[in-house]
Structures are given as C-alpha cells and as structure tokens.
Design a protein around this ligand. Structure first.
Ligand code: SAH
Ligand code: SF4
Ligand code: F3S
Length: 443
C-alpha cells in the first residue's frame, strides 16, 4: 500500500511554496497526502527560524510527534519524522541531538532529495547544501487549480541585516531563470491561475540573463513582470518582499504602464530612526525610504503600502521609537506587521547586551499596533461605496458566498447564486467588518 504523508508548514510564503512543491514531488513518487499527522506514515515539519517563538514550535510539535511514534511502534507500525525548512538549515545536527526520533533533516534547498532518500533509507541524516539550482530543476509542474498562486523566483539574501537569520538559513541570493519561471507560470495559468505572486526574500533584487539575437540581456524584476504579463489568462501580478534599496526605475516603469501589476507594495522599513537603521545594517535612511514612497506615489497615484517594523531593537530609546511612529503617521500604511525584537543565534545583533526591558517593548508594540490598525481601518473605510475589481478565489463560509481580493489585497465577500471562482468582476463595497468587506456585484 502507498505510504501516506502530512506536511505542517510554519513561516512565510516561501515555505508555503516549498511545502506545495514537496507535496507534488511526494505524490509524483507514489506517496499519498493525508489530512493530519495521526493518519500519516511520514510526518514532515517545514519550519521557520525567524523569531524564537517560531522556531520553538518545532520542538513542541516534535515532543508530541515522538510520543505518537513510540505508541505506533508498540502496535508494530512505523512512522518517520522529517524536519525541513529554515530551522533544519540553521540547527541541523542539533535537532537530532535534542530529539532522537527525527529520521531526516533537509534544508530549504535540499528537500527535493526527500523522495529518493526515503526509498533507499540512507545512513546520512542531514541534508543542507545551498544549491538552489538543483532544487528548482528537480521540481515538477503543479496540478493545483487555485486561482491565486505563489511562485518563488528568487531565494536567499545578501543584505545581512544585523537581526535576521535569512542569509544563514536560505543562503546567498539566487534568481531563477526566466525560462524556468515562464514555464511554471504557463502550467499554472493552464490550470486556472489568474493571479501570481512572485516570491523572494529579496524579490526586488531579482536578476537573471536571457540571450536574444545573440546578445545577453539583463532581466530585472520589472522586465520579468512585463514578460509574464503577456501570458494570456493571467490577470494580476504581485511580488513580495522588497528591500527599499533595490526598487529600481525598471520596476517603477512597469507600475506606471502595466495594468496587470497590482498597486500594492510591501516595503519593510523596520525602524524610523536613522540611528537604529544604521545599527540594523539596513543600508537605507528614513529620508531615503520616505522619498522613495513619494517618488512611487507620483508614478502611481493609487499605490498603497505596507511595511514591517521591529520594536525594541537593542538600544532603542523612546525617541527612536517615536521616530518610527512619525514614519507611520507620514505614510499611513494600508496594513503592516510589527514584531518584538527577538535575538537570534548567529546574528550580529544577538551579541548586543543593550536589550530593552520586556514591559517597555510590550507597551511600545501595543501603541504601534493600535496606530497601524487605526490607519488600516481608515484606509479601508475610504473604499466604502466605491466600485472596485475583485478577483474571486474561493467559496466563503456561508452558502452562496464567495471570497475575493481587491487590487489592494483587501478581502471581499459577495453573495451570488452563480459560481464566481476564477472571475474578475466589478463589486460595490458596502460594509466593512474588521478587515474584510461585504459587497455587491455591479450591474
Ligand atoms: N526580506 C524581508 C523580510 C524577511 S523576514 C525584508 O527585507 O524586510 C520578515 C520580517 O520579520 C522582517 O521584515 C522583520 O520585520 C521580521 N524579523 C526578522 N528578524 C527578526 C528578529 N530577529 N526579531 C523580530 N523580527 C524579525
Ligand atoms: Fe533579512 Fe534583511 Fe535580508 Fe530581509 S533584507 S531577509 S530582513 S537580512
Ligand atoms: Fe521563516 Fe525561513 Fe521564511 S526563517 S520567514 S521560513 S525564510
């Protein structure tokens, strides 16, 4: 009988993409996807290392799973436990030392080896090389029929922000070839995809080459968006996550003239204080960031922005924190994420001893989040009674209810007796309940 597997995914969209790809590879090799760990012969944890809380989830899940494995063994049944993702890359052997029931460890660029290793039961337990090229050339076309799809076009990071583990867990920047991305997009669109989110830890640093008429041409993110937008049936293109210093005119030019490129930009700043930005090794100042936003708004009037903030970076004073709030007041983000600083092993900032008192960090985070939420609500309220394009991607919880997204990524619920999945329609936004709208199809 076919062995079954279940993958639990933590972390960012890049992990979601990897899990989907691993799922496809395992199914292709004769394994069967199951609904939970309890019903599976192979339990896979695709992990995230970004903050302490994220990576600790692995060990609590491993505790539970290893007991389950023992009980299964008593009944004469076998279960294999596999750890993949960013904790696998960062901690490797350490995971095996902390939990003996783990069978194999695969870093994010090595998970494609899993089906083969499972078949020949290898004595090596840890696989964590950094060769992205091998991974992407081993992936198989997706059978998914989803309307909105993620596609990794770039991996790794060369920026080395002082707080961040990504350069160590995902390795150096690597851009997939245009041909490879194009082929995957064509397959997705054939299956019904209408929206594509191009993913990369540093997606705006995307760079590859194509040879045209014997001449080598450099392809940046803007060029790639232009190439993909010619694919018939693909209605929307998004990209995630950008670093402010990599946003170039090539990309902005596309925002100006390519209607398929959505007017929403996630552009993390992390802090509004130049002093802290310097300590973070962010390579941009507050003024650079604010002028970039102004420049983009001039090019694309309806562009909305979101950001990431870290609160309580070592040495952050009340004054530094106020400067972050000032940036928030100036930009008025459509939405944003804010995190408590978490010291991560191996990062330069983890060596600093000027940690901020927990209560102070809690208070600052609460204050920041309440302002960010207020701005998000104001942004959303400004759309009430407006008619916008909504791409419907699935069914809602209620009968005859469908869910879609606006160009600015706002979720919208609409009632309809006709199936709306996959349709791009004009919707009048009528009500706002917390972060999602209720709307009516325009006549
Ligand atoms: N590549 C993106 C984001 C990567 S990680 C960028 O350049 O911004 C996603 C977010 O997690 C970061 O933007 C940052 O806000 C947060 N983050 C990363 N390391 C962190 C840490 N040590 N503590 C708290 N938040 C962190
Ligand atoms: Fe991490 Fe900075 Fe790279 Fe973003 S740019 S992934 S925050 S090191
Ligand atoms: Fe986490 Fe790795 Fe993504 S650390 S945020 S899963 S790149």
């Amino acid at each position: 009988m076919n062995q079954s597997f279940f993958i639990k995914t933590y972390g960012c969209q890049m992990n979601e993409y990897d899990s989907e790809k691993l799922n496809d590879l395992l199914e292709y090799n004769g394994y069967k996807a199951s609904k939970n760990f309890e019903e599976s012969d192979i339990a896979i944890l695709n992990t995230c290392h970004i903050r302490k809380k994220a990576s600790e989830k692995l060990y609590s899940d491993l505790g539970r799973l290893s007991k389950f494995k023992e009980n299964k063994k008593k009944l004469g049944k076998r279960m294999q436990i596999i750890v993949t993702g960013c904790v696998a890359q960062a901690e490797g052997d350490e995971i095996l030392k902390r939990n003996k029931s783990v069978d194999y460890i695969f870093g994010p660029q090595s998970f494609h080896k899993l089906p083969k290793i499972l078949k020949k039961s290898n004595s090596d337990k840890v696989y964590n090389d950094f060769l992205c090229e091998n991974k992407f050339s081993s992936l198989i076309p997706s059978k998914s029929k989803e309307v909105s799809k993620l596609i990794t076009i770039q991996e790794g990071c060369d920026k080395f922000c002082s707080f961040c583990v990504v350069p160590y867990t995902r390795g150096a920047e690597f851009s997939r070839s245009v041909e490879n991305i194009y082929a995957e997009t064509i397959a997705l669109v054939k299956n019904g995809a209408k929206e594509l989110t191009l993913l990369g830890q540093n997606v705006s640093s995307y760079e590859s080459n194509v040879i045209k008429d014997g001449i080598r041409k450099k392809i940046r993110l803007g060029d790639l968006c232009q190439i993909l937008s010619h694919i018939q049936g693909l209605e929307r293109i998004r990209y995630l996550t950008s670093h402010p210093i990599d946003i170039d005119d090539n990309l902005l030019d596309q925002h100006k003239k390519n209607p398929k490129l959505m007017p929403f930009l996630h552009l993390p700043i992390q802090s509004g204080s130049d002093r802290i930005l310097k300590k973070m090794n962010r390579k941009h100042s507050k003024t650079f960031y604010l002028s970039l936003i102004e420049k983009i708004k001039k090019i694309k009037k309806n562009m909305a922005f979101s950001s990431d903030f870290i609160v309580g970076y070592p040495g952050e004073t009340d004054n530094d924190f106020q400067e972050s709030l000032e940036v928030i007041e100036k930009v008025r983000f459509a939405s944003s994420y804010s995190f408590k600083y978490s010291p991560r092993p191996g990062t330069p900032s983890s060596l600093k001893d000027s940690l901020i008192d927990c209560d102070v960090v809690d208070r600052r985070l609460k204050e920041m989040q309440s302002i960010l939420n207020k701005h998000q609500t104001e942004f959303n309220l400004s759309f009430i009674d407006k008619t916008v394009d909504v791409l419907f991607s699935g069914k809602g919880k209620k009968p005859n209810q469908y869910v879609g997204r606006t160009p600015h990524l706002q979720p919208v619920h609409v009632l309809s007796s006709e199936n709306l999945v996959g349709k791009l329609l004009s919707v009048k936004l009528e009500d706002l309940t917390s972060y999602s709208f209720h709307g009516r199809l325009s006549a």
